[in-house]
Write a protein that binds this ligand. Structure first.
Ligand SMILES: [Zn+2]
Length: 83
């Protein structure tokens, strides 16, 4: 399914958390929702979290769960400067 990113530039977020830490928290939230009580909106919350996790992965790519040397300007590793 293709995503509509027409408005993405209007939703710039600035948070002090690195993509690594943000991803970890988002994954915990996703698991808690998935394992929590049934709710008609669970699917939408899980899919929204999935998009946020994908954005973290765009900023800080992983290969088999490891970032290794897949650095970007936004990965947050020491010595890598944010844009
Ligand atoms: Zn890096």
């Amino acid at each position: 399914m293709s995503r509509d990113y027409r408005f993405a530039d209007s939703f710039g977020y600035a948070v002090p958390d690195s993509p690594k830490m943000l991803r970890e928290t988002l994954c915990v939230a996703q698991a808690r929702i998935g394992n929590g009580p049934p709710d008609p909106r669970n699917r939408e919350h899980i899919e929204r979290l999935e998009r946020l996790i994908a954005e973290c992965d765009r900023k800080r790519p992983l290969h088999h769960g490891k970032h290794d040397s897949l650095h970007t300007d936004e990965c947050g590793c020491p010595g890598r400067s944010p844009r």
